[in-house]
Design a protein. Structure first.
Length: 134
């Protein structure tokens, strides 16, 4: 596992996260911000979940996550998906994969729901043309 670099991606709604994992001392950066300095607290804790579940495995891995697009909640979900997928790939551990799936399936499996596209000449995606008779 010397000089091993893993790149994992995660998507949620419009947000796309790319996590780069390499050997290090356990530091985690999200968009160039050190994870303990992140705010709000709820989103920070959501991103920390895959790291806490992995236990001591993540203490020797540096994680750098870059997120683009979407809102804060979507970015958080995309980041935790990318981190979890990267940790499973980096360690190659089936036990870690089972632990993630038992805790929350969305740590390893992306949520494929997307916004419905708007219809032409209408105000919303589900708008229908009104009927004038009746």
């Amino acid at each position: 596992m010397t000089n091993k670099i893993i790149i994992a991606t995660g998507k949620r709604k419009k947000a796309v996260a790319k996590a780069i994992l390499k050997k290090g001392n356990g530091s985690v950066f999200v968009n160039s911000v050190f994870l303990p300095n992140m705010s709000p607290m709820m989103y920070k804790q959501r991103i920390e979940e895959p790291i806490l579940i992995s236990g001591d495995l993540a203490k020797s891995i540096d994680i750098n996550v870059n997120i683009k697009g979407g809102g804060q909640s979507g970015q958080t979900e995309a980041a935790r998906l990318a981190i979890a997928k990267g940790l499973v790939e980096y360690t190659g551990s089936e036990e870690l994969k089972k632990a993630y799936l038992n805790y929350d399936r969305h740590l390893l499996v992306a949520d494929v729901r997307r916004n419905e596209p708007h219809k032409p000449n209408k105000s919303s995606p589900r708008a229908k043309r009104q009927k004038s008779y009746r």
